[in-house]
Design a protein around this ligand. Structure first.
Ligand code: ATP
Length: 498
């Protein structure tokens, strides 16, 4: 699949809109629509449940975005959080100097009478063999020498725009955790190893945002700082190295648990020259995005760098008292740092499928039921029959107390099913004439509805009174085949089976 298909689906079906679109939009900010906000909340909710609530060694935090300016001096962001940038002298566009060859480039080929071509990323022109030396966008301008550009958004705190009041929008949530280390440790009486998790917005003035929501200037991170005693050993290995490995395994398994195909995930170790100034080892979880393998999550061993720096700059002790050894230690920290938006993009890309069903194209988003924005759609087979509509609305209202359930009667049933498939709704419930009966023919309704499974398109007849228990079983992971085996398959009548 390509990114344009996804961008178009995301807009058409209310997942993601370009920010400020009526003013021409911004290239680097996106708004989550009615279905997008549900999907993103679901991702954050399962991440929090799995990493905080289900673990005895984790607690949560929600620190503020604006922090004391010294935080960013101590963390090294003021001096080091930079990317090299180069400008085109002709078109004035700005690029990350280290990524110039990562995208396709524009080329006026001498071997083809100076005609304009777009050459794929990193490749030479197949006509003349030359490689990109000029601006990749306009193909004409020389590029300036790389200059370091700080990615933090500067702002002013308080009513006076003076230097003393300068602060920054946080470029990562991690520092909020480090500066609260002692507060959390003391208030919660924690023992090493333990972790603090946080989900929140971060801001980076990226030189070249792009690839839809992959790289934006405002984004949401889901970060864990897992503190360990560097003097401890686990299974004969230093505790920090052991826990780093454990977190890498856990995080890879987490993406797969929610449906990411293992062949689209890989681990990439940072080379020694690439490691951040604080890192002993960093491994990136990469996903096979439409534009190629790219970072989904970084898992770094930040050592005792951050706590040591904050202790030095603040003058406050940020240590842990090791009861056994009767000494203060500065914990090491393992940081699994994921992006909520990048995860959402990966789940959309991985779930998207086009299939042929009875000669027609079906687009289906195979989102994990826990992530799907809508869990159940209740659909009337005929919207002209009042009893059908009323029953469908009552069924929806009842299910909505437990699950996100919607009602839709704006098209014929086949099309309604397709729409729900396209947004990843795992199950549809259809109310038809059989359900409510036909007084003219003196037929009583059977009070049964059709339940349809998104993935197999299988359909069963279920008494309305049993719907809640059926969905409880389905959403607890029992599986369609097991649940459906207890109910009769729906009899096919006319062409309404989809
Ligand atoms: P990249 O190399 O892609 O710029 P990074 O190594 O700077 O990423 P980290 O600082 O490790 O990223 O941030 C942790 C996670 O936060 C990333 O894996 C990603 O999921 C998310 N993230 C970072 N920058 C952005 C951004 N500009 N837009 C969206 N998500 C981001």
């Amino acid at each position: 699949m390509n990114m344009e298909t996804l961008v178009s689906l995301a807009k058409r079906r209310g997942f993601i809109f370009q920010s400020s679109e009526i003013y021409g939009g911004t290239g680097s900010c996106w708004d989550y629509g009615p279905l997008g906000v549900e999907l993103k909340n679901n991702i954050k909710r399962v991440w929090w449940r799995d990493n905080v609530h289900l673990r005895p060694d984790m607690v949560g935090l929600d620190a503020s975005i604006l922090m004391h300016a010294m935080v960013w001096k101590a963390s090294g962001h003021v001096d080091h959080f930079t990317d090299p940038m180069a400008d085109c002298r002709a078109c004035k566009r700005r690029f990350r100097a280290d990524q110039l060859d990562a995208g396709p480039w524009v080329h006026y080929c001498a071997a083809k009478a100076g005609n304009k071509f777009e050459v794929p990323a990193g490749e030479p022109c197949k006509h003349c063999g030359s490689r990109r030396t000029l601006c990749p966008a306009c193909g004409k301008g020389e590029l300036t020498e790389p200059r370091q550009f700080n990615l933090m958004f500067k702002t002013f705190m308080g009513p006076v725009e003076e230097d003393a009041a300068i602060t920054y929008l946080r470029p990562e949530t991690a520092q909020g955790i480090f500066v609260n280390f002692d507060n959390v440790l003391q208030s919660m009486r924690l023992k090493l190893p333990f972790g603090i998790a946080q989900i929140g917005k971060s801001f980076r003035n990226e030189i070249t945002p792009g690839n839809f929501i992959f790289r934006t200037r405002e984004f949401e991170q889901m970060e864990i700082e897992y503190f360990v005693n560097p003097k401890d050993t686990v299974n004969g290995r230093p505790a920090d190295e052991y826990w780093h490995e454990r977190w890498i395994e856990d995080r890879l398994a987490w993406y797969q648990r929610y449906g990411i195909h293992p062949e689209n995930l890989r681990l990439r170790e940072h080379g020694k020259d690439e490691l951040s100034h604080y890192s002993k080892r960093t491994a990136d979880v990469e996903y096979r995005f439409p534009m190629g393998w790219s970072e989904l999550e970084g898992i770094a061993n930040r050592t005792d760098y951050d706590l040591t720096q904050h202790a030095r700059f603040s003058g406050k002790s940020l240590t842990y008292f090791d009861e056994e050894r009767k000494e203060h230690v500065v914990p090491y920290v393992i940081e699994p740092s994921a992006g909520a938006d990048r995860s959402l993009l990966a789940f959309l890309v991985d779930g998207y499928a086009e299939e042929e069903v009875r000669g027609e194209k079906r687009v289906v988003l195979r989102l994990h039921p826990e992530l799907a924005p809508i869990k159940i759609a209740v659909l009337p087979l005929l919207k002209k029959r009042d009893e059908i509509v009323a029953t469908a609305q009552a069924v929806r209202a009842d299910l909505a107390r437990r699950w996100v359930a919607v009602y839709d009667d704006t098209a014929a049933i086949g099309r309604l099913y397709r729409r729900q498939d396209e947004v990843g709704t795992p199950y549809c419930v259809t109310v038809d004439v059989q359900t409510v009966g036909d007084p003219e023919k003196r037929e009583a309704g059977d009070q049964q509805v059709t339940v349809r499974d998104r993935d197999s398109m299988g359909q069963i007849r279920v008494p309305i009174g049993e719907l809640t228990s059926v969905f409880e079983r389905l959403f607890s992971g029992e599986g369609w085949t097991a649940v459906a085996a207890r109910y009769p398959p729906r009899r096919v009548r006319g062409n309404v089976r989809a």
